[in-house]
Ligand binder design. Structure first.
Ligand SMILES: NC(=O)C1=CN([C@@H]2O[C@H](COP(=O)(O)OP(=O)(O)OC[C@H]3O[C@@H](n4cnc5c(N)ncnc54)[C@H](OP(=O)(O)O)[C@@H]3O)[C@@H](O)[C@H]2O)C=CC1
Ligand SMILES: Nc1nc(=O)c2c([nH]1)NC[C@@H]1CN(c3ccc(C(=O)N[C@@H](CCC(=O)O)C(=O)O)cc3)C=[N+]21
Length: 283
């Protein structure tokens, strides 16, 4: 049996269509939701993501401000820009595209963003809120994964959920969210032993490693849901996930493709977080 293909592109469009109405309502109340995107340097992958974000803002009717800074920008200059954006009442979300050039301390920059504008959910305040179950900004990729699972009516409660990867931006927060949804969560990483056996037990398998085709059919339980977060650019220019799609989709019950799976959801959740931030400012 072939798996249900979880269509992130379509789902992200549905979410953005819902947001168009909310943006319109905010505008009627005199608030124009605005996202500031800061990019330092000319990393081609980052430039593509920033372009996607700008297009999504246009689609939902939000304003976006793009700051494209020189590779040699100093930490002080970047902090100054962030402070300026923190102070502006007409800016609701601030996103500093990662990775940053090596001479800039990433942690320092993320800490400088006002938590009330932290639409990426990377500030320790947002991370803390997530871990103790308080409302706050949840980082976009993990939030997008949960939204996809829910919109496809896949149950999380009581299920064995296995996450491969423990990064601050994907692995850890998605594990926290699965736990919040009452899943039984196991986190695997580069030191995990018997990773295949652990994964084979998963009802929901989330893969966020950054290695093309790492997960093969012998990792996947019959009928499991497989969420592929990986974004690997191959030498031929093609984008490829961490999961061997062809063989795993023959075993899984549902699976996300790359592209067209988790990626577009990340952008949709970013738009959703910006609208939420603009709404918070009305209160
Ligand atoms: N679709 C989207 O919107 C997004 C996609 N991505 C993509 O997701 C992938 C992961 O990103 P990110 O979390 O930032 O990556 P990181 O490189 O920060 O983390 C990778 C994780 O995978 C683990 N890992 C690496 N090799 C193995 C292995 N052989 N076996 C088991 N675990 C392993 C690492 O373990 P350890 O901690 O022990 O080193 C680490 O925890 C990338 O391809 C990235 O491009 C990322 C963000 C958004
Ligand atoms: N501060 C910050 N916030 C981020 O959210 C952030 C970041 N830095 N740095 C890089 C990662 C990566 N990321 C992606 C977003 C969208 C797609 C996406 O839309 N992917 C499309 C395809 C895109 C293409 O064709 O290149 C898809 O999967 O269908 C992918 C990856 C956000 N990130």
């Amino acid at each position: 049996m072939n798996a249900i293909i979880i269509d992130g592109k379509k789902t992200s469009k549905d979410i953005k269509d819902e947001l168009i109405i909310k943006v319109e309502e905010l505008k009627n109340k005199g608030v124009e939701p605005t996202l500031a995107v800061v990019l330092v340097g000319k990393d081609p992958a980052s430039q593509v993501y920033v372009k996607h974000k700008k297009k999504a803002c246009e689609y939902v009717g939000m304003r976006s401000l793009a700051y494209e800074l020189d590779e040699k920008t100093t930490e002080e200059a970047l902090l100054e820009l962030i402070n300026e954006l923190n102070d502006r009442d007409d800016v609701h979300g601030i996103l500093v595209q990662l990775p940053l050039p090596k001479h800039i301390d990433e942690e320092k920059i993320l800490l400088a963003i006002d938590p009330s504008k932290d639409v990426d959910g990377f500030h320790p305040y947002s991370v803390g809120n997530l871990s103790i179950g308080r409302d706050g900004f949840v980082s976009c990729t993990p939030a997008g994964i949960i939204e996809l699972i829910k919109r496809y009516n896949i149950e999380i409660e009581g299920k064995n959920c296995v996450v491969i990867g423990r990064s601050n931006i994907v692995g850890k927060p998605v594990s926290m969210l699965l736990l919040k949804e009452n899943g039984t969560v196991t986190i695997c990483h580069s030191r995990t032993k018997n990773i295949k056996e652990i994964c084979k037990n998963a009802d929901i398998l989330v893969v966020a490693i950054g290695r093309a085709n790492f997960v093969t059919k012998d990792f996947v339980k019959e009928g499991a849901t497989v969420i592929d977060v990986g974004m690997n650019r191959l030498d031929n220019g093609k984008l490829c996930g961490d999961v061997k799609y062809d063989e795993c989709s023959a075993i899984a019950g549902a699976i996300t493709p790359v592209p067209g799976g988790v990626g577009p959801m990340t952008i949709a959740m970013l738009m959703s977080n910006c609208v939420k931030s603009a709404n918070n400012m009305l209160k």
